[in-house]
Design a protein around this ligand. Structure first.
Ligand SMILES: NC(=O)c1ccc[n+]([C@@H]2O[C@H](COP(=O)([O-])OP(=O)(O)OC[C@H]3O[C@@H](n4cnc5c(N)ncnc54)[C@H](OP(=O)(O)O)[C@@H]3O)[C@@H](O)[C@H]2O)c1
Length: 266
């Protein structure tokens, strides 16, 4: 299966790229930091894994999804797996968010992801071979996250959108999944402006652990993947508790586990 992964220069996307490449799947790794992608590609080549092609681009730039699509078809001919992983958000209340960050969250977490599905799913339908579309959500798509109003909203959009795509394409060879992680030790918290307290790090998983759980679930075509028992419980709490209770629980946990510091996004 030929695989595209957005946000493959770091964190969860990189770990997924490593896992898929080690299992023999050629990868088109996409992110802005081309030097990171090139290093990943070299590392995979040295280890005898499948080829990792690199595409350095900002997927929110005008026309970028179309360019990505054309490059993927040129590289692979047929694409079988699209992993919309890239995502961002400062950890800030609504009034604290800069307008630029507000637009970036929506452009990346919602628009680019939707446009990439729109471009690649007809292609997958046309070639007819078993295919997968995977959207990287968050446990926040179930349990409301304080100081993440636009981010949590974007992940709710992703959850509902992904469920409906899974339903619409159920009679085809395309399986559609959403992964909803809880805390993962990546660059995300520092970029977002979350200083995680040492004890709370124990509750977080590594991106490699997440990728090991996600890989077989993606291949099976599971519609919803929530890695880790703790985060399954958090998602269940978000589903069962009325909003005013759920937000108080998550706010209590967040206030206990982290400090809010300025975001460091470029
Ligand atoms: N870490 C967590 O605790 C956590 C929890 C729940 C959900 N998630 C979700 O998991 C996904 C991955 O997050 P992560 O934790 O791995 O974050 P990360 O370490 O910050 O990695 C984000 C990746 O996205 C890429 N990216 C960001 N903006 C981009 C753009 N405009 N165009 C192309 N690539 C872009 C980054 O690469 P460049 O900077 O090189 O472009 C990087 O490779 C996100 O959707 C996030 O919402 C994370």
């Amino acid at each position: 299966m030929n695989v595209i992964i957005t946000g493959a220069s770091a964190g969860i996307g990189r770990a997924l790229a490593v896992t898929f490449a080690h299992k023999g799947h050629p990868i088109l790794a996409v992110a802005r930091r081309g030097e990171r992608l090139a290093a990943l590609s070299e590392e995979m080549a040295e280890k005898g894994a499948a080829r990792v092609h690199c595409l350095a681009m900002d997927i929110t730039a005008p026309g970028a999804p179309q360019i990505l699509y054309e490059e993927a078809i040129r590289t692979f001919g047929k694409v079988h797996v699209l992993i919309n992983n890239a995502g961002m958000s400062p950890y800030q209340e609504f009034h604290e968010l800069s307008y630029c960050h507000l637009c970036q969250i929506l452009a990346l977490n919602v628009l680019a992801l939707t446009e990439l599905c729109y471009l690649f799913m007809p292609h997958m339908l046309a070639h007819g071979e078993p295919s997968r579309v995977v959207n990287m959500g968050s446990v926040g798509a179930y349990a409301p996250l304080p100081r993440f109003p636009v981010y949590t909203g974007s992940k709710h959009y992703l959850r509902v959108f992904t469920n409906l795509l899974a339903y619409e394409y159920r009679k085809t060879n395309i399986r559609v999944s959403a992964i909803h992680p809880g805390g993962v030790k990546t660059e995300f918290p520092a970029l977002a402006g979350q200083r995680i307290k040492p004890f709370a790090q124990y509750a977080m998983m590594t991106p490699e652990q997440l990728a090991e759980i996600a890989y077989p679930a993606i291949l099976k075509g599971k519609r919803v993947i929530v890695p880790g028992t703790l985060y399954k419980a958090a998602a269940l709490m978000g589903k069962l508790f009325p909003f005013p209770w759920a937000i108080r629980v998550t706010e209590f946990v967040y206030d206990l586990s982290m400090d809010q510091v300025p975001p460091t996004y470029p």
